[in-house]
Ligand binder design. Sequence first.
Ligand SMILES: [Zn+2]
Length: 268
Amino acid sequence: MSGIEQIMPGFWRIPVPLPGNPLKELNSYLIRGQDENLLIDTGFRIEPCRAAITEALTELGVRREETDILLTHLHSDHSGLAPELVGPERRIYVGRVDLPYLANSAVWKKDFGPRFLKMGFSEAEVGRRQTENPAQSMAPEDCDRYFPLDEEDTITCGPYTLRAIFTPGHTPGHLCFAMDEERILLTGDHVLFDITPNIATWRELPDALGSYLDSLEKMEAFAAYRALPGHRGGGGLGPADGGTEGTPRRAADRGAGRGPHRTGTYGL
Ligand SMILES: [Zn+2]
């Protein structure tokens, strides 16, 4: 019972359960080429995620030796299993700015520890974050297989080409991926449909919410595209599918002295 959904020929959505997490499920996507595969996002480094995704990959006839991995961003519900699922000679592609957090987990301690203490958290709270927060405890093992991607870099697998769209905000190096021929945008956690992405504090983003809103404006170029998000169901990116407000317009919001309502945040 893997619940795999075929989206196009050679392109599937694999639901990966996130037990005990309000996000419920991660959408992993697989492209199967002639003798290479591309797996997009992976799930936490915990057994239920591992079991679901390995079962699905077996069902789809995917060989690990032929599999590269593409990550929309560094969060552990997307990256957790990447080092163990990538083929021995293959790459894990990820945005250049997110890469250091994955390659070396010490970056977290070094960066977040002192900043959180300065913000007023206690030593105990900062310590608990390192051990109990799934962002840390279910994160991937350190690994040297990462390969950095920049805006407009492309990756081709089988008949499909994915173009990186730099969308900082949810994480500092978040990438969406445009499949221009097919008019599909893999939105990662940048655009979700019935829940909202959380915006947190990052050393690289002095105004993370401002960066996020700027990145949302980039979505106007994809109004005719179908969005395939990292969690829950997808939809269209045009105003007709965007509710009464359509795509938020930052300048207009500021001018009117109000912003669109954003509620509900989860830690990933
Ligand atoms: Zn995320």
